[in-house]
Design a binder for this molecule. Sequence first.
Ligand SMILES: Nc1ncnc2c1ncn2[C@@H]1O[C@H](COP(=O)(O)OP(=O)(O)OP(=O)(O)O)[C@@H](O)[C@H]1O
Ligand SMILES: [Mg+2]
Length: 307
Amino acid sequence: MGGKTDGMVRRARYERERLARLEAERLLEEKSLQLFRANEELKSANSALEQRVIERTRAMAEVLREAQEANRFKSEFLANMSHELRTPLNAIIGFSEFIAEDLSDGNLATYQEYAEDIRTSGLHLLDLVNDILDLAKVEAGKAVLDEHSVDMTDLIESCGRLVIARYDRAAPELVISVPPELPMLFGDERNLKQILINLLSNAIKFTAPSGCVTVTASIDAAGQFQLIVQDTGIGIRPSDIERVLHPFEQAETGFTRKRHGTGLGLPLVRFLVELHGGTFQLKSQVGQGTVATILLPSERTLDPALT
Ligand SMILES: Nc1ncnc2c1ncn2[C@@H]1O[C@H](COP(=O)(O)OP(=O)(O)OP(=O)(O)O)[C@@H](O)[C@H]1O
Ligand SMILES: [Mg+2]
């Protein structure tokens, strides 16, 4: 009897121990799983952190690069500007010295010539200073539009006449193509005039007298005001297209250097167009010609019934 009881007690103890062992194993398994999960979470948090550090470093390097670029651009701008200002100033000083020292031997015609040279240099200087001020104002976000309804047909025609009259050589043919029902445009007339003069004078300057310059104005399918100045001139190399939109940049051709210019015309066009909420695009093919396209938002075209 005692042997039987002993056996039962042993079995019961054995069973308890087995259950306890099983429970301990289960707990161990659960703990290892928790540990495994925590480890995985830590790993992914770590790699997310690493990724963020990489991204931050990249963003900081980009900001630094932009700042360095802006700084280099500013130094170049100043160097170019001083050079451009010095040339006409030297002419003014030189010719007025001739007059002061009376190098003409009292010849009135020579005096008049000197005075004319001083005047042209002065006007050139004024143009330059105005362009630089306009550019600086737009860049500083200080440019304010003086907006009215503008008759673009009249403006295109008067700018065309002005540019041809100012051009001191034989000019290519100028064709103006504007539909009679072209609506008025809401914008800054002085800016729009400047845009047209800059684009037209480039087109004429870089096109042979046998070539052709065409100005087209219309309203496109989306209702935007579209202005295109197209020429059959020397064209711009693809690698120069982006560059010539920056101040003082001119395309690298022997031809360009023979033409007068500072390299402020196109950057100013782009800024002024953007100031009107529009876009400016330059397309060109060397030897074929250049197409400058301006799109102004549809809100700027005025309903003919209201004007
Ligand atoms: N229609 C064009 N055909 C060929 N090249 C052009 C044309 N328009 C501009 N370019 C090139 O782009 C350069 C920059 O033009 P931009 O009008 O900014 O300056 P610019 O005409 O040289 O001087 P500025 O306009 O200040 O008197 C020109 O020097 C020329 O190399
Ligand atoms: Mg120009």
